[in-house]
Design a protein around this ligand. Structure first.
Ligand SMILES: Nc1ncnc2c1ncn2[C@@H]1O[C@H](COP(=O)(O)OP(=O)(O)OP(=O)(O)O)[C@@H](O)[C@H]1O
Length: 771
């Protein structure tokens, strides 16, 4: 709104009237849209609002991709959609545009609560979707929120009730649904499940069922993925109603055709090499050395392997910037790496499957799969990190002699036939000796090597596809040597029970796996013949057990958060409901008094079975935790009467402080209640205004003022603003004239900086909400 300019009630009525008229026109155009003869190539030809179109154009999205052309009109018509399209084909916009349009047409405001929910399997993907949303939604004022694990739940709790579009990971969304009173899904208009099959693979089926069960059946649901599986088809049947399949032709033929989908981009050159397990690191290092001017992603199957390869290759200095990313890193480190890798041009990112799906890195030249993926879908998603949006890209997979036949057969069943490459022996460089000497000099590296070895063996053991992954044929000794280890770390079998347990774990949740720490315990899967222990073995075994692990955490700055996400292992799992139980409670005690009560309860519980807990002094003598003080010492501090008085006055000061806090809290609650009542009043007023307005013929500029997100501001909507108002209201103005001209007053624009980090995103969220 221009300075000094004040719109009158009649102008506002007029603008509302025009907006309603404009929405009606959009609806008519949408319903008349001929899906069969769809020749639309540009966003501007779609029946979408100027606000969304402007956001798209400013983000340089002009021409539609195939999936967008096919699916957006169907979604705009209100149908449920099962969208199947290759990696990098633009599925994100295919669901974000309909979300913005749906809420626009419903004239959604912050008071209407949650209007759309987007579920993504990983935090990184959720963040990326959020970023795209903030770009294309820059000219709407819907509030958007990101709820992902590994973040401050309190921060999320405070804001969640005011969010219109929520993007998040399944576990965290369900947690908010269960525990956050502010999250009201009764009005939800649209649900999007992105990479839904991955959510299922990760064992989130029950979580998804629970989320879907909490949502109103009248909602519209969109389900997108680059790969299709039977489980996806099942999910589609359960969560979609009368849905239309769009995208790849096989998908259109119905669910039976889903399994035979080809999902790799034409611009992707795919190849494979046959390489022995013990040669893989040499081959990888040589590859990197000969592709220094490239941007590449190297996939390994576990975070321990990623960590080991990253730490050792860093020391060997191949001549390219190295980065690493896995699920055991802290969220901050993960976000920073994603950001740096996206911006870099010549760089090698060593990663687990945490970045295999959905993440849109610009201009990746190569995807190298050192470890064979668990299935073809994972292969498709990994290679899909390059050759995106019509760009060129290359992929290379290393297959061992044992894996080769089986995996090529699996690929062929999905019409993927990579070309065989052979390695020029002259270009191959062996790093084995360098690794051995590095590990010899540095016990931390040796420890990492051992962990990497165990986690690889374990990853093969728990694979389901026994035709590809042949556990019994792993050349353990050679593999250990190739990592620079003096011999294969000992793997003990703790009887058949251990094996059974490991097998059960294969199908357990990630949390359960991390809790049981099979590999960390050194518990194991295969018996090795007894061998002569050298002094180095002894040293390693000794250091490795306890001291080293601690030391390693600090010295190598592993920053691995064991309680955080387990790495996104490529193994399909079931029954994630366990995760939810293990998640921390969202509702913390609200007052200090409640906190104390909780603490004392905890203390009394802990002492219940251990009433005589002892502490040991420096000489090793046991003492009860609380001992009576020596009388002389006591008297030195003054008379008993005085000490009692001091104690009482200190305690009453604390009590007074706590009381003030409690009173403040009660006050806040009262204010919140009042806010809700005002909100209700406002909506009633709006309803009666709308009626009035339908009969009003006042003319005025066709401009829609969209809610600012602040109740007090919006309450002023029907009152005049004072020219002297020290805090003039910030508004975003959206021109909804159908021509291309838009009159945006720069004074009224809320500036949104491009988010760089997770923190930026969070602050952006709160700004979108509070501006
Ligand atoms: N209409 C468009 N015009 C220009 N660029 C586009 C368009 N649509 C998408 N893109 C770009 O194409 C790239 C891939 O898009 P997106 O990440 O949505 O693909 P995807 O199909 O979701 O891939 P994946 O299956 O790997 O998740 C992104 O960089 C995006 O900015």
């Amino acid at each position: 709104m221009a300075k000094g300019h004040r719109s009158t009630t009649s102008q506002r009525k007029e603008s509302r009237k025009n907006e309603i008229q404009y929405i009606k026109e959009l609806e008519t155009r949408t319903q008349e849209f001929d899906l069969k003869n769809n020749k639309t190539n540009f966003f501007r030809d779609l029946p979408i609002s100027n606000a969304t179109l402007k956001g798209l154009q400013e983000a340089s999205f002009i021409k539609l991709t195939e999936i967008q052309k096919d699916s957006i009109p169907v979604s705009l018509k209100g149908d449920d959609v099962l969208g199947a399209a290759k990696t990098g084909s633009g599925k994100t916009l295919a669901f974000l545009v309909p979300i913005l349009e749906k809420l626009y047409r419903e004239r959604w405001t912050e008071f209407d609560g949650l209007g759309a929910l987007v579920i993504s399997p990983t935090r990184e993907l959720a963040m990326q979707i959020y970023e795209v949303l903030t770009k294309i939604g820059a000219h709407t004022t819907f509030s958007a929120g990101l709820v992902i694990g590994g973040k401050d739940v309190k921060f999320e709790l405070e804001r969640i009730s005011r969010i219109n579009i929520l993007i998040g990971t399944p576990g965290r969304i369900l947690q908010h649904m269960d525990q956050a009173v502010g999250l009201n899904t009764n009005n939800l208009q649209m649900l999007v499940l992105d990479e839904a099959d991955r959510c299922l693979d990760m064992g989130f089926k029950k979580t998804l069922d629970a989320i879907v069960g909490n949502l109103p059946p009248s909602r519209q649901t969109l389900l997108f993925s680059a790969t299709q599986s039977q489980s996806l088809a099942d999910l589609a049947r359960l969560s979609l109603t009368n849905y239309k399949t769009v995208g790849n032709s096989e998908a259109k033929n119905g669910t039976n055709g889903l399994e035979n989908e080809i999902s790799t981009p034409e611009t992707l050159q795919q190849c494979y090499i046959e390489v022995e397990l013990a040669e893989k690191l040499d081959t990888l290092f040589s590859f990197i050395k000969t592709h220094l001017k490239n941007k590449m992603i190297v996939f390994l199957s576990s975070s321990k392997q990623v960590h080991f390869v990253y730490e050792t290759f860093r020391k060997l200095q191949p001549g390219i910037s190295l980065m690493h990313l896995h699920g055991r890193q802290k969220q901050k480190a993960r976000t920073e790496t994603l950001d740096k890798f996206s911006r870099a041009q010549q760089v090698c990112l060593i990663a687990t499957d945490v970045v295999a799906r959905g993440i849109d890195f610009p201009a990746v030249d190569w995807v190298i799969q050192v470890d064979c993926p668990e299935d073809v879908d994972t292969y498709i998603h990994r290679v899909g990190r390059c050759a995106r949006y019509g760009k060129e890209g290359k992929s290379l997979i290393m297959l061992t002699t044992q894996e080769q036949e089986g995996f090529l057969k699996r690929l062929k069943s999905k019409n993927i036939e990579p070309n065989k490459l052979t390695i020029k022996q002259s270009k191959k460089k062996s790093i084995r000796q360098q690794l051995q000497s590095l590990l010899f000099q540095d016990p931390e590296l040796k420890y990492l090597g051992q962990k990497a070895f165990i986690s690889y063996i374990r990853s093969i053991y728990i694979q389901k596809d026994k035709e590809v992954f042949k556990f019994d044929e792993i050349p353990t000794e050679e593999f250990a040597n190739s990592l620079g280890l003096p011999g294969a770390p000992k793997i003990k079998i703790k009887g058949m029970k251990a094996i059974e347990r490991a097998k059960t774990l294969k199908n357990s949740s990630r949390q359960l796996l991390s809790l049981s720490k099979v590999e960390d315990d050194g518990e194991t899967l295969k018996e090795e013949p007894k061998k002569v222990r050298t002094k180095y073995d002894k040293m390693f075994e000794r250091k490795n057990q306890t001291i080293l692990s601690e030391h390693y955490m600090t010295v190598t700055k592993a920053a691995a958060d064991e309680n955080e996400d387990e790495d996104f292992m490529v193994i399909k799992r079931h029954g994630h409901q366990l995760d939810e139980k293990d998640l921390p409670e969202l509702i913390a005690p609200t007052s200090r008094r409640a906190q104390r009560k909780a603490l004392s309860k905890k203390a009394s519980l802990s002492s219940k079975n251990n009433p005589s807990k002892m502490v040991f002094d420096d000489d090793g003598n046991a003492h009860p935790i609380y001992e009576l003080e020596d009388e002389e010492d006591f008297e030195k501090r003054g008379s008993a009467q005085r000490q009692k008085k001091e104690f009482l006055s200190k305690e009453s000061a604390t009590m007074a402080e706590v009381d003030t806090e409690d009173k403040n809290l009660a006050k806040q609650k009262k204010q919140e209640k009042k806010r809700r009542q005002l909100e209700l009043m406002r909506r009633e007023m709006e309803a009666s205004m709308a009626e009035e307005h339908s009969e009003d013929d006042n003319i005025g500029e066709p401009v829609a003022y969209v809610g600012t997100g602040h109740l007090s501001d919006d309450m002023d909507e029907d009152n005049y603003e004072s020219d002297n108002d020290p805090h003039p209201r910030k508004r975003q103005r959206v021109d909804y004239k159908h021509d291309s001209e838009s009159h945006t007053d720069t004074n009224d624009i809320i500036e949104v900086e491009e988010p760089q980090t997770l923190e930026d995103l969070e602050s952006l969220t709160s700004r979108l909400i509070s501006n």
